[in-house]
Design a protein around this ligand. Sequence first.
Ligand code: PLP
Length: 488
Amino acid sequence: MPRAADLPLTLTPLTSEDAAMPLHRRLYFILRAAIFDGRLTVGARLPSSRAMAHQMGISRNTVLTALDQLMAEGFIESRQGSGTRVVARPLPPSLAAREAIPQSPLQGRAISRRARELAELESPFGRASLLPLAPGLPDLDAFPHREWSRLLARRWRRPSRNLMVPQDAAGHPDLRAAIAEHLGRTRAVRCTPDQIILVAGSQQGLDLTARVLLDPGDQAMIEDPCYGGLKGALHAAGAQPVPVRVDDGGFDPELAQRLWPEARLACVTPSHQFPSGGTMPLERRLALIDWANRRGGWIVEDDYDSDFRYAGAPLAALQGLDSGNRTIYCGTFSKSMFPSLRLGWLVVPEDLLPAFLAVRRMADVAPSALTQSAMADFMAEGLFAAHLRRMRSLYAERRLILLQAAGRHLKGLLEVTSGDAGTHAIGWLVPEADDRVAASAAEAHGLAPSPLSRYRMNPGSPGLIIGYGNTASTMIETAILTLARALR
Ligand SMILES: Cc1ncc(COP(=O)(O)O)c(C=O)c1O
């Protein structure tokens, strides 16, 4: 039987990771590896801690620390009179052999069909690009960092005990009241603060909504093109996203009912279709509500960026027209504050609240109390309203500069259109162009517009989504000139 005393026990570090490790930890790994690969088999007796310390020229305490750890994890046992012996068996060959590690991370692994489908979807969450013309970002430099950090520090310096323990799965009461007031005043959303559930961005709101309202296999109508994270959330719930092509008026309920008479839910961006930019007219909104009432279906209204409208006040929400309580309204601070804040909300019909809250608790208990309370203060002190006003005029200016620059430099290459809201425009390519090739050419020139086809389920006109939220006004003209060069 091999004995530990016969092992070439050397603590000489083999890698830089080894070198950074404390000696007791290194010894623990050496002995563990010898047990796992069968050099030390069950019953093998270890030398005394004193002898090992002497052999390796380290302190006895170091050896004892390593042995204690191996003992606590069940690798060795110490009996009075018979010393310390190995009690764990080597790893079976299937676990030990390096070849057993699959080539692709998922190959041959028994994960769920749903996870496999999600892993195969093109991720909507590449690292957000900070390059000029990247869509989806607000101006990160114009954010009032100083005020925000003051509010965070104030809350954290003397946190109440309530702040340190999750209180309410629906979120901080002051913030829910502030959001209800903001939505009522600016979007004619009809709700009480109790109907608001704070979530980690609208992505979590969409995910919760799908899991509460849909069963596996249920059809959910989505706009084509649409935000990719929505498709993912529906897949994650086992539902089947089915596409309805949008036009200038966004989602067309008549076309939708003809295509998908069995659908249970419709996800729409009526104020500012994402990404193509249309606004859903009143008759379509009413027709969609009528569909939901007749069919017992649900409407998900994703109101992701309508704080920014330049042709007047923000548009009223579809939710406010729906007296039958069949609309779940979803909003986010990702565009009005910044996206890594991970704070958004759902407005949920009262009778659905218990189900939404139960599912929400299972997901992650409750949102972070610190960010919520600081956000409540930010709104209560009027800083949010002031920030929105400032950003609205900044983005209005950028939109105009972009459209004028496009008119001068992109003729014949891209026809740029922009709704009167949001922080991006669409540059339409000629029908036979490939927008992914165009986006790669732009990227090679240091720009990051997004190809429209990435957001589509069915083929459609090629185009680029051109963001101006996080591109400084002074940079836009140069960026458009560079884009023209890249496309040529
Ligand atoms: C239309 C739309 N909905 C939802 C989201 C998700 O936003 P978040 O999860 O950051 O709140 C985005 C993000 O860009 C979006 O464009």
